[in-house]
Design a protein around this ligand. Structure first.
Ligand code: ASP
Length: 327
């Protein structure tokens, strides 16, 4: 297993397109972010996916809305073959099949999701089509794939040579053992608020590496891996999805913000709920990020090491998240 490369090679940004200063684009803050002052517009995402937040910002800077921003933002990582946890190039399940999960949600609570879809490089775009072109919210497996072809998506082999080689190596032991903060669980969840104050979110992943065939985690489940309520805010998650599903994590965080908690307080409470259900077992990572209607942000995780990107008029920064466990 290799540590994520992204932490080092954060963002090769498209200077010139953006009208705000890019401060510290490849810099990581030393301390967890303080309760943030609100900033609108804003794009934030899980982990150090700076190219994705830069894309989202570019979209909004050109007048696009938050839905287009999160859609195009997360697509950057779906198309990044070096990203082994999202989209094309993602690690396969234990049978060697790359199965992808994604969901998207807009300011009017419209949402769409695809679960365990194969052979399609941009599941987030299929999820958006599900939202906009069907009477449904979720399509799964073969049905999702068939729908994608009907919508003009191309069939592609998503298993890269590198992923295949690693999977063949993994088969020698066949141990399913997610490693904290290591590349096998780095979903991109993104939230954005556009200049009109409207919130949208998107979440996309190849899921846990070497999962059982048919396994789906939290990422494409509205309420678990992602939730947006335009009156209140949004939240999204990364980490061991089973634990996020058990607490309907993202919905919980948005509801806590509705009750008056700040995004930071709400993320902390979300993690504590998970801890409360796992008193004897904390050897897994969960990270939540959230924004409220004022553009304030929050993030919290179980183990140190989780970071999140923020792009505002103040700059583009990779921020360490506070953590429940300190080392
Ligand atoms: N949450 C994802 C899942 O359980 C994994 C991740 O965050 O990378 O499928």
């Amino acid at each position: 297993m290799q540590r994520r490369k992204f932490l080092k090679n954060s963002s090769a940004l498209t200077a010139g397109i953006l009208t705000v200063p890019i401060i510290a684009s490849s810099e990581t803050r030393k301390k967890p972010i303080e309760p943030s002052k609100g900033s609108i517009p804003i794009a934030i995402c899980t982990w150090d996916f700076g190219n994705a937040t830069a894309k989202a910002w570019e979209v909004m800077n050109k007048g696009g809305n938050s839905l287009d921003a999160v859609h195009q933002g997360v697509m950057v990582e779906e198309n990044n073959l070096d990203n082994r946890t999202v989209g094309n190039g993602g690690r396969p399940d234990r049978d060697g099949n790359v199965t992808l999960d994604a969901c998207i949600m807009d300011k009017d609570a419209n949402c769409g999701a695809v679960l365990a879809i194969q052979n399609i490089a941009n599941p987030i775009s299929v999820a958006r089509k599900v939202m906009e072109e069907t009477p449904h919210v979720m399509l799964v497996g073969k049905g999702a794939e068939q729908f994608a072809y009907e919508q003009g998506f191309e069939k592609q082999n998503l298993l890269t040579k590198q992923s295949k080689k690693e999977w063949e190596e993994w088969k020698k032991t066949s141990q399913y053992k997610p490693i904290i903060n290591i590349e096998n669980h780095d979903t991109i969840g993104m939230l954005a608020i556009d200049k009109n104050g409207d919130i949208a979110g998107a979440c996309t992943t190849s899921g846990m590496a070497y999962k059982m065939a048919g396994r789906v985690g939290d990422s494409p489940i509205i309420g678990a891996g992602l939730f947006v309520d335009n009156e209140v805010g949004g939240a999204t998650a990364t980490g061991v999805g089973e634990e996020v599903v058990r607490t309907v994590g993202s919905f919980l965080i948005v509801e806590l913000m509705r009750q008056g908690k700040s995004p930071q307080e709400a993320c902390e409470e979300g993690v504590k709920r998970i801890i409360a259900k796992n008193k004897d077992k904390q050897d897994f990572q969960i990270g939540f990020i959230a924004i409220n209607k004022q553009g304030e942000t929050g993030a919290y995780c179980i183990h140190p090491g989780f970071t999140f990107r923020t792009y505002t008029t103040e700059g583009h920064v990779n921020n360490p998240s506070g953590s429940y466990l300190k080392s």
